[in-house]
Design a protein around this ligand. Structure first.
Ligand SMILES: [Zn+2]
Length: 367
């Protein structure tokens, strides 16, 4: 039975990998969801789609174990079926080598999604509480038209597990994103006579350096970090001090910090430099003392015979769209390496463990 299930999961994963579902191919996003739909013929579902900035429809789907969608799921499983671009087209041809499955999305996260589909298929009908399975196709570009759209359409849950690869660690927090744009304008001048007060490039550069000192890193420490990324000016002459400059800062903020406060702190460095928000993404935190997180960590220990480890993702994931709407949630998924890289692979041994943990966890949930 176990082997049979593993074989089915592997087979579904390989079929999913063969569909090159990158953001460049909207029709592949539909095809990959259709494949999932075929796997779950006995469950009700709701389809969603919203146009992105380019006018392409971004599809997603939600399966549930009741006739109608409940007001709130007790547990919501989530996976994304989009992948990042491949370095080589061959990555869309999955292959096995030893205990590893190679291919684009093998780790992030078509194996994980195939396991969620399999566990949901076998178990959801038996569970006494409302459980959903949300599959989206735009996680790699922020999830605004997938997970976030489902949240906006009233898809609520007490607790969400997103099957992002975490090496079976529990990802209960990740940093938010804040990109700031700095700009300065002066009258310009002559490099032989005029200093900082006329030099817009110098002003922006100085704010970038001081901001990066204020929020140093990233260096593996769990804190807000700031990296200067861009600096430009229209000036092209060596003997003129630049009259204009634009620079950006990429800030990764921890949930304990307030992004408005960070922005204010940077804006205070030099009043001559205008600081504007360029892009923004929420941070995520669910306490390790949350009852469902405690239950999940106990289940991990039971199945793996090792204590559960917690994990902070340095970047965002779709789970934040639900946790920012008051759900508890974690990223929790299989083992592997080479995220977004050419040698991306999943450890097949972890498929069985992951499925066993999910199954035991879902069976021990009470209303
Ligand atoms: Zn992912």
């Amino acid at each position: 039975m176990q082997n049979q299930r593993n074989k089915k999961i592997l087979d579904l994963t390989r079929r999913l990998i063969r569909i090159s579902s990158t953001k460049e191919k909207p029709d592949a996003l539909h095809r990959v969801l259709n494949l999932a739909k075929k796997e779950l013929p006995n469950y009700s579902y709701q389809e969603f789609s919203r146009k992105d900035q380019k006018g392409e429809l971004i599809p997603s789907i939600l399966f549930f174990n009741k006739q109608n969608r409940p007001d709130k799921f007790r547990i919501l499983l989530h996976g994304h079926l989009d992948v990042v671009l491949a370095q080589d087209k061959k990555q869309f041809i999955p292959f096995l080598k030893g205990s590893r499955l190679y291919g684009r999305g093998a780790l992030d996260m078509k194996s994980g999604a195939a396991i969620l589909i399999s566990v949901f298929k076998d178990l959801a009908k038996e569970l006494p509480y409302p459980i959903g399975l949300s599959l989206t196709t735009d996680e790699e570009i922020g999830g605004l038209n997938g997970a976030k759209y489902q949240v906006e359409r009233g898809v609520k849950a007490d607790f969400v597990i997103s099957g992002e690869p975490t090496n079976l660690k529990i990802g209960n927090r990740h940093k938010g994103l804040l990109t700031l744009e700095l700009s300065a304008n002066t009258q310009g001048g002559h490099t032989a006579y005029d200093g900082e007060d006329k030099n817009a490039l110098f002003q922006v550069l100085r704010v970038q350096l001081l901001a990066a000192q204020m929020y140093p890193g990233p260096d593996g420490i769990w804190r807000t970090t700031c990296s200067p990324t861009i600096i430009t000016t229209t000036n092209r002459a060596n003997n003129i001090v630049p009259a204009d400059a634009m620079g950006r800062l990429s800030i990764r903020w921890i949930p304990q910090d307030d992004p408005n406060m960070i922005q204010n702190n940077i804006a205070k460095i030099d009043k001559r430099v205008l600081v504007k928000r360029f892009s923004f993404g929420e941070a995520h935190f669910t306490s390790s003392r949350h009852p469902d997180v405690i239950l999940l960590s106990k289940t991990v220990k039971l199945v793996t015979k090792k204590p559960a480890l917690f994990f902070a993702l340095p970047h965002g994931s779709d789970v934040q769209h639900w946790t920012n709407a008051d759900a508890g949630g974690v990223d929790f998924g299989i083992c592997g390496a080479g995220l977004h890289a050419e040698h991306e692979y999943a450890e097949i041994e972890s498929f069985r463990q992951y499925a066993d943990i999910l199954e035991a966890f879902l069976r021990s949930i009470h209303l």
